[in-house]
Design a binder for this molecule. Structure first.
Ligand SMILES: C[S@@+](CC[C@H](N)C(=O)[O-])C[C@H]1O[C@@H](n2cnc3c(N)ncnc32)[C@H](O)[C@@H]1O
Length: 227
């Protein structure tokens, strides 16, 4: 994808800016800080299962996948990571991202491995982490998707930039693919998004957001809650 600028955020980690959309991939207050807070600490750490199927909306820089991998290495968690992306980033952008350095990663090659993994195939990144990158547009609903999701990382661009990603139809669809007690987390805390999630059947909590953001949302598909 052309027309992407690499920028430094307040915690020293990179993010991307799309001038045509006037939108960043992450918080300018700290990309790693935001992703860790929203997806790892409020999502992954809240999930008590040992085998976790994660569905990410927007693979982008691969930061959430990388943080998930780093967080679960040498633990008893086994991760099946599915991620959909409509516009994969070119290698020349990915190569410049400073996430392995910023995280003092023991194995920086794992970040490369996540990006080099073929699209639309399941690839074993480590013994306990498999990755399926799906190149598709979520709003088209035209990919074969298997139900059984335990955790959704909802990381689309903001609702005012991409309203079609935050529709009732999308939340209903995600709800139908998720297991009982599955969790959905997002950086967004907009009232209309929360109400759509509730309309789909989720129990939704407003929780403290990362630095620079007052709130975020965590939605749970409660067991026995027939839609
Ligand atoms: C806010 S960025 C976050 C990306 C990623 N999680 C990260 O940390 O870099 C949103 C991502 O959603 C992708 N995206 C936008 N529209 C999409 C669609 N209709 N279907 C699938 N992915 C989409 C964008 O290309 C972008 O990579």
């Amino acid at each position: 994808m052309d027309g992407v600028d690499i920028e430094l955020t307040a915690d020293g980690s990179h993010t991307l800016f799309i001038p045509a959309l006037d939108e960043h991939y992450h918080s300018t207050n700290g990309a790693i800080q935001e992703s860790k807070h929203v997806y790892i600490e409020t999502g992954l750490h809240y999930c008590r299962k040992s085998y976790v199927t994660i569905f990410e909306i927007g693979f982008g820089t691969g930061l959430n996948a990388y943080l998930t991998l780093e967080d679960t290495i040498n633990t008893d968690k086994k991760i099946q990571y599915l991620s959909i992306e409509a516009n994969p980033l070119p290698c020349k952008v990915v190569e410049k991202l400073n996430y392995p350095n910023q995280l003092n990663a023991v194995d920086a090659d794992l970040f490369v491995k996540l990006h080099e993994a073929a699209w639309n195939k399941t690839v074993k990144i480590t013994q306990d982490f498999s990755l399926t990158k799906i190149e598709a547009d979520l709003t088209q609903f035209d990919f074969n998707f298997i139900p059984g999701i335990d955790l959704v990382y909802f990381d689309a661009f903001a609702p005012d930039k991409q309203p079609e990603m935050w529709s009732q139809e999308i939340f209903d669809y995600l709800y139908s693919l998720m297991n009982d007690d599955a969790i959905l987390v997002t950086y967004c805390a907009k009232g209309e998004v929360r109400r759509r999630m509730q309309h789909s059947g989720f129990m939704v909590e407003r929780l403290p957001g990362p630095p620079g953001k007052r709130e975020m949302l965590r939605a749970i598909k409660q067991s026995g809650n027939a839609q």
